[in-house]
Design a protein around this ligand. Structure first.
Ligand SMILES: C=C(O[C@@H]1C=C(C(=O)O)C=C[C@H]1O)C(=O)O
Length: 167
């Protein structure tokens, strides 16, 4: 029997300085503003309607026959800037249309306002389920939030500039 000794590559685990950020409960905006010592700057690269992929529907908890039904969502893709000229976080937020009712309608008119200002306005933390993985762009956390019964899917990638922060 040949024994294969696999070296535990460091890629299986995030760097120590990222672990607390990847696992943080509560608003990432608030944490980034503390680190930056200034309000977060949001640069939008896309905002609009897109059909959800099967994977995204599964991540939002859709099951059964509904998975084969076309589902539309409002999608927002941004770069988040702290106190560096390079972005710290690349984020994609997915709001299924049924989630955009009542107070959630504001999530379509945010412009440069960070989602966190709205999402965590009344509660410091929210029920959520989180998945963490390494992507080509960096370590990513995907969080499915339950915000007053509405499901939202927010993905954030911590970019190299975030880790090389000189401060
Ligand atoms: C969800 C939050 O909002 C942040 C702000 C975002 C935006 O404005 O598009 C996107 C992802 C989050 O990092 C938060 O503060 O946790």
């Amino acid at each position: 029997m040949t024994h294969h000794h696999f070296s535990c590559s460091t890629h299986l685990l995030p760097p120590n300085e990222l672990v607390s950020w990847l696992n943080a409960e509560g608003s990432l905006t608030a944490m980034l503003e503390v680190k930056a010592g200034q309000p977060l700057r949001v640069k939008r690269s896309f905002e609009g309607y897109r059909p959800l992929s099967i994977t995204q529907k599964k991540q939002l908890g859709v099951q059964g026959a509904m998975l084969n039904r076309p589902m539309l969502a409002w999608v927002r893709e941004v770069q988040l800037y702290g106190n560096d000229e390079r972005p710290w976080v690349q984020a994609q937020s997915i709001f299924p249309l049924p989630s955009l009712t009542g107070r959630a309608r504001r999530l379509q008119q945010l412009k440069g306002v960070p989602i966190g200002y709205v999402l965590f306005k009344r509660s410091r933390t929210l029920p959520n389920q989180r998945f963490i993985q390494l992507t080509a762009d960096g370590w990513q956390r995907q969080t499915r939030y339950d915000w007053y019964g509405r499901k939202l899917l927010i993905s954030e990638v911590f970019l190299p500039a975030f880790l090389s922060e000189r401060a």
